[in-house]
Design a protein around this ligand. Structure first.
Ligand code: NAG
Ligand code: NAG
Ligand code: NAG
Ligand code: NAG
Ligand code: NAG
Ligand code: NAG
Ligand code: NAG
Ligand code: NAG
Ligand code: NAG
Ligand code: NAG
Length: 433
């Protein structure tokens, strides 16, 4: 019985593949892998002390596999992290992910986990229980994403030592953010988003917050002075709420601000001039409000700006930007402002700004081109396009044209060689029969 061609082919491929893979992968540094060391059967953590037996039991009650030492890194799904204390190590970080809805938190288990400073619940639709005081006192970071059946602001407010709070996609019952935050005087990073949180922004926030994200809730009212007094604030995201009124000029007091989104609210009035006082602003999103007046020229002098979205407002007049400024941005959106126009002797229609060119009075000559008909606009606008300088298709810079990835190319070449080889071998085997 002769060997069947397919099996000999497979053997040949197996012989060839490693050579191809090795030639593709970058040379590995000659570090000895831990598994090749003489004592490979002994896990590295065995040199340090084991996990506290009570905490081991608590983990088992939470369906966290403990067959492998939860203190060895990386642990099962990186769910646990321990300190280095003796004779027993203690958990400092725990993440529960994708829990069964039958899982229940027990007070006893949580009590023995009172060394935790970080607790994360991701996709854990379990029933919240009162946390033991030892745990609320030690927790510094609490994350609850799409987890816990229903929580109240009062329940959260007990976690008074937190520096970091993230609550997202959770049914949260509170008459306002102040209920949650009033005792959290050490908070630095705060996210409460997609929670249908009602009420207004708190009148007092007495802490050194660097990050506030209240996006996608039902917050009402105006921006109070308490917010603009947070001079360490780097991220402020109030998008998709029901906030209204003018953007206070005190917003310029937020001198550390990098990202600001007030998008999808009902803010009115003009874009405040005080924004020019924020030196490090990289991301400005004021889209989908009712802002009026003209776009201030100082925006084009903000050296760090990278993302600018002023779309869907009532802004009017001539766009005060030149093409070198527009090219310096990764994203520029100004469409949906029906009285806004661009000076066609300054900017090319090829930038596809979704605004109409101006007449000599600084008014749009025609209704602004819609997204869908933008290709048709090229021909109608071409008589305004008397400057050759901007013909490099500025709008296309937003799509990053990387050259074909070298690894992809290598793989493609390797694959086509394999196919070629197979065809060659099949032909060969047919001939030799
Ligand atoms: C665990 O964390 C390490 C380092 O942070 C990371 O490289 C690894 O992919 C993570 N493993 C899992 C299963 O999340
Ligand atoms: C949780 O479930 C999601 C989607 O079902 C899955 O992508 C993810 O890997 C799971 N994570 C863990 C740690 O089991
Ligand atoms: C916060 O932590 C300190 C010790 O770090 C502790 O004395 C205090 O009781 C804790 N506060 C609360 C409200 O748990
Ligand atoms: C928020 O309210 C909407 C509409 O009432 C509802 O569909 C959504 O599930 C709620 N979100 C949460 C996290 O409860
Ligand atoms: C804010 O930070 C400063 C210095 O970093 C500190 O002195 C002050 O106590 C902090 N304030 C609060 C409310 O934590
Ligand atoms: C604000 O939050 C929304 C939705 O949660 C997100 O898409 C957006 O990127 C955030 N913007 C900033 C500046 O953080
Ligand atoms: C801040 O803005 C920059 C630039 O647009 C963006 O890359 C970054 O993800 C933003 N950060 C947050 C937290 O939204
Ligand atoms: C802008 O709107 C405000 C009220 O929202 C109004 O008082 C003001 O006159 C408007 N300004 C312009 C230039 O239309
Ligand atoms: C574009 O505008 C910026 C800011 O207004 C200015 O500094 C720069 O010189 C202008 N560039 C050109 C080519 O006109
Ligand atoms: C357009 O720019 C040109 C050249 O800078 C200037 O002379 C003209 O007045 C501008 N038109 C409008 C409507 O601003």
């Amino acid at each position: 019985m002769k060997p069947s061609p397919p099996s000999s082919l497979t053997i040949l491929l197996f012989l060839l593949l490693p050579t191809i893979t090795i030639s593709l992968s970058p040379p590995l540094p000659p570090t000895p892998s831990p598994t090749s060391l003489p004592h490979s059967s002994i896990p590295s953590s065995s040199s340090s002390s084991p996990l506290d037996p009570n905490q081991l039991k608590a983990l088992q009650s939470l369906n966290i596999p403990t067959s492998k030492d939860p203190c060895s890194q990386p642990s099962f799904h990186n769910a646990t992290q321990c300190d280095a204390s003796k004779p027993f190590r203690h958990l400092i970080s725990l993440r529960l992910t994708n829990c069964s809805s039958y899982l229940s938190l027990s007070f006893t288990a949580l009590k023995s986990l009172s060394t935790l400073n970080t607790l994360q619940l991701l996709n854990c639709p379990i029933t919240p229980i009162r946390f033991p005081p030892q745990l609320t006192s030690s927790l510094r970071s609490f994350t609850c994403i799409n987890s816990l059946h229903k929580i109240s602001g009062v329940w959260l407010s007990h976690l008074a030592n937190l520096t970091e709070l993230t609550v997202s996609n959770v049914q949260l019952k509170a008459s306002g953010p102040y209920v949650i935050l009033s005792h959290m005087t050490k908070l630095k990073t705060l996210t409460i988003s997609h929670c249908n949180l009602t009420g207004s922004l708190p009148r007092h926030i007495h802490s050194n917050l660097t990050h506030i994200d209240f996006s996608n809730n039902n917050l009402k009212g105006t921006i109070p002075p308490s917010i603009t007094m947070l001079d360490s604030l780097e991220i402020l995201n109030l998008s998709s709420n029901a906030l209204k009124g003018e953007i206070p000029s005190s917003i310029g007091d937020l001198i550390s601000l990098k990202n600001l989104s007030l998008a999808s609210n009902s803010f009115s009035g003009s874009v405040p001039d005080s924004l020019s006082a924020i030196p490090g602003l990289v991301h400005l999103d004021l889209s989908s409000n009712q802002l009026n007046g003209s776009i201030p020229k100082f925006i084009s002098e903000m050296r760090n700006l990278n993302y600018l979205n002023l779309a869907n407002n009532n802004l009017r007049g001539v766009l005060p930007f030149n093409s070198s400024f527009i090219k310096s941005l990764a994203v520029l959106k100004v469409g949906g402002n029906s009285n806004l126009c661009y000076n066609h002797s300054v900017l090319s229609s090829k930038l596809k700004l979704e605004v109409a060119p101006c007449d000599k009075h600084g008014m749009p000559v025609s209704p602004p081109p819609s997204k869908r008909s933008s290709s048709a606009d090229d021909s109608t606008d071409s008589d305004y396009n008397d400057d050759g300088d901007y013909d490099d298709g500025g709008s296309h810079k937003k799509e990053h044209h990387h050259g074909p990835n070298k690894v992809v190319l290598g793989v493609a070449i390797a694959l086509s060689s394999i196919v070629f080889l197979i065809v060659f071998l099949i032909l060969c085997s047919k001939c030799c029969r």
